[in-house]
Design a protein around this ligand. Sequence first.
Ligand code: DP6
Length: 399
Amino acid sequence: MKIVTCVAPVNIAVIKYWGKSNDELIIPLNDSISASLSTDVVRADPTVQGSFLLSLFLDVRQNDDNGEPVVERERVLAQRGETGHELATARAVLKKRERADPSLPEASWNVVICSENNFPTAAGLASSAAGFACLVYALAVLYGVEGEISDVARQGSGSACRSMYGGWVRWHCQGDSIARQLKGPAHWPEMRVLILVVNDATKKHSSTLGMKRSVDTSSLIGYRAEKVVPDRIRDMEGAIFAKDFETFAELTMRDSNQFHAICLDTYPPCVYMNDTSHAIVDLVHRYNEFRGRNAACYTFDAGPNACVFLLEQEVSSFAGAVDYAFPRVGDGADYYKGLGFERVPIEGGLAETLTPAEQGKLKYMIHTEVGEGPRVLENSDDHLLTVDGLPKALGLVPA
Ligand code: DP6
């Protein structure tokens, strides 16, 4: 019997992955670069956890006379709506293990998986990436697999392979299409991320289907992959290595804009950004104009929420501008999540250039930073399963 609990980070791409050259093997059309977000916001603020937690419970006793898992476990699994994806992932990790030891006793183990997405679901940000990264990482720990596993994580969700590392990560489209860490989280310690969660009721469209439709119908996507991204990846790597925020910011904004341009060039179009998203874009450009340099930059994934990258010294001032441009409802008690910062009012000269939106366009903002990759949580309080392998959340008290 063994419980393995792991945590894996959400990652935000600054050079986007959009489109596959091979749908089976999940080979991307172009390289992408992302930052993994801190999983430690967990400790700082229990209302927001930029991460995905998962417990695996290994129980070799719990077989009935026919060698099948006991009913209780099946019920637990059924309650969670276990998917084929998770089973396929477990098999893929085992396959790696098989190479080291063909006798493979692990293949007969019963494994109970219990997971929890700690990123506010409304944020709708790359949680499936963190989830698959966490599953693959925890299975690898359980089965004792060593070496490269980002290729397995990729099978669950392409961008998941980037969540296998902390800091700044590049996913390569060439060769065996693996993810590699460019720099660890300590490389650029001043970097912060403000996630502006937009109030939006529209149905979310799957990025898997969206990107497939773009590959089938957009005439711009091939140009982007061949002519634009290779230079951009080189320049972005250079900007990150040199901690050149000015260049980093411009590349990040241009790449987000190009990704959404391709979404609009898709037929029928994939529309992910809404009016509030566009108002955030406008705010960032006005803010930068006021500062006379790129002091903040935005990036949007397949949804309306903005991730704003900025340096620590800019957080209070930029957040003051957001508060002015997007008046919140209520006293803000649950509005600011994550790392604390000093609240300051918007600077007068900047306010003159902005027209505030109607109240309540933003749901909340999360303040976080670049952090570590997946890791094992040793403390039993962090386990999602009881010592009997039952999900704590179900509140079942073992007999
Ligand atoms: C817009 O990784 O969710 O977030 O590989 O089909 O599962 P699948 O897609 P997914 O796509 C993420 C797209 C994106 C950009 C990015 O994270 O690079």
